[in-house]
Design a protein around this ligand. Sequence first.
Ligand code: F6P
Length: 545
Amino acid sequence: MALPNINPTTTDSWKRLQEHFKTVKDVHMKDLFAQDKERANKFTIKWDDFYVDFSKNRITEETFNYLLELADAVKLKDAIKSQFSGEVINQTEGRAVLHTALRAPKDSECHVDVVNVIPEVYQVKQKIEGFTNEVVNGDRKGFTGKAFTDVVNIGIGGSDLGPAMVVDALQYYKNHLTTHFVSNVDGDHVNEVIKKLNPETTLFVVVSKTFTTQETLSNANTLKDWFLKSASEDAIAKHFVAVSTNIQSVKSFGIDENNIFPMWDWVGGRFSLWSAVGLTISLAVGYTNFESLLHGANKMDDHFKNEDFKTNIPVVLALISIWYNNFFKAESEAVIPYSQYLNQFATYLQQGIMESNGKSVDRNGDSIDYETGTLIWGEPGTNSQHAFFQLIHQGTKLIPADFIGFTKSLHGNQDHQDKLISNFLAQTEALLNGKTEDEVLSEFKNPLGEESQKLLPFKVFKGNKPTNTIFINKLSPESLGKLIAMYEHKIFVQGIIWNIFSYDQFGVELGKQLASKILKEFNNSTISNHDSSTTNLLNYYKDLV
Ligand code: F6P
C-alpha cells in the first residue's frame, strides 16, 4: 500500500487552522497561563523517564484539537502502520523504511517483501557483539600482536554524524579505546587524525552504505596507504573492517570478507546508527550499552506506534512545529540541550531533519506551494545563552526552541547541576514572559528620569517566544536512544503531513556530479562551459596550484 497522498492545505482542518490562526497569532502566552491555572498540566506529557511540557507554546486547546484533526485528516495512523510493517514507503527509491526493525525485539517479526528481516538483524548484532568484545577485551590483536587502543571511524553524513554524536554523548560510559572520526575530504582532517595514531594498535572502521562516497573512499585509501608504510598487505585483514551494503566494492578495496558488517537498503543513511553503522559506538561504550541505546529507541517506537496522538510525544512535537512553520511562517527551530555531552546533537539532527524534509515536490511530483522542512540549529546551554540567545529574546524572528535537560548530573556535582538547571528553567520562563515596561522601570532608581525613559525601549522583552521543555531523568544509553528516536518520528510525521517523500535525498546528487566533473578539469588544459563566475574561480585555482 502506498502512503496516503493528501495535500494538507486542502483539508478542512488546515482551513480551520488558518482561520483560527487569525485569532491566536497576537495572543500572549502570559494571558493564556493567567486564564487557565491547569494549562501546564494539560499540555504536559509524562512518559517513562520523559517529562515533556509543551504548554509554553502559542496554542490554545482549540489549536491543539485542530492540529490533532489535521493528523487524522492526512491519515497519519495508516502511514505509521505502513512504515512499521515494512511497506515500500520510500517510493521514489522503491524501498521500505525500517530503521525501527533494527531495534525491535528478537521475537518480533518485520517483513520486507515476504522475508522476516529480524533474524538477519540479530545475526549482524551477534557479529557486532562478538567483534566488540574481542576488541575491547584485547583478544583481537593488531599485526604486531598488540591489543587495539584506537578506533578510527571513516564515513560521512549518516555514516559519521550518528556514531560521532552518540560516542560524544555517551563519553561518560566510554571504555579505554580512543575513538576518532574522519569524514571531510579536506586532507587536513585525516592528517590531523593520523598524527595521533600508531598503526600497530589502530583499528579502522570504514562505514559507507554505498561504498561509492568520494570522501569516505579517499580517506579510507589515504589511511590504508599510511598504514601500509608500516605493515604488509595481509595485515589489512587485522586492522580494517567495513560496514556496507556493497560487499563487492568492499572486497575490491581489500577488506577481508569476514570483516564486513552488512546493512540493508531499507535503512536510510541518516537513520542507520542502530545498524552496524553504530559499530564504533559499540566499540566505544561496549555492546551492552549499544543494546541499551537500541532498547530505548524501541521503547519510543512502541510509544509512537501505540499512544493516542494527544499524548504521543513525537506527534505532538511535530504538530506544534507545523503550526509555527506553516502558520506563523517561522523559518527555523532551535534545539538547545542543557548538557555539554549533547554538543553535537543539533548537527546530527540537521541531516535527519533537513535531508529528509527539505523537499519542494509533493507525492504526486507536483510543486508545493506551502512551506516544508524547517531549518534546524542549536548549541548546548548555557554556552548558547552567551552567543545567540539575544536574537531569540529580542530579535525580530520567531524561533521556536526545544530545551532538553536532564534532572541528574552524571558526575553528581550538584552545585553545577543546580546552576545549570536554574538556567534551563529561567530561559524558557524569560522567553515566555519577557519583561514589561513596568518591570524595567522598577529596576531604575529614578523611573521617571530622562535616562530611564531613554533606555526603556531597549530593555523591554516582549516575550511570547515558544519553547518545548523536554526534561529527562538522566543521560544514559537508553534515554539517548529514546531521544533520538523521538526526533526520527517527528521527522516522519512532518513528512506525512507535508505530503512529501522524506527518505530520498536526490538534492545532494547534483553537487557531487559537478564536483567530479570539475575535478577532472583541474588536469585538463581546456575547461568546459561553466557560468563565468565558476570559470573564473576554476582558473584562479588552477593558476595557483
Ligand atoms: O549526502 C548524501 C548521503 O547519501 C547521505 O544520505 C549519506 O548518509 C551519506 O551521503 C553517506 O553515504 P554512504 O554511507 O553511502 O557513504
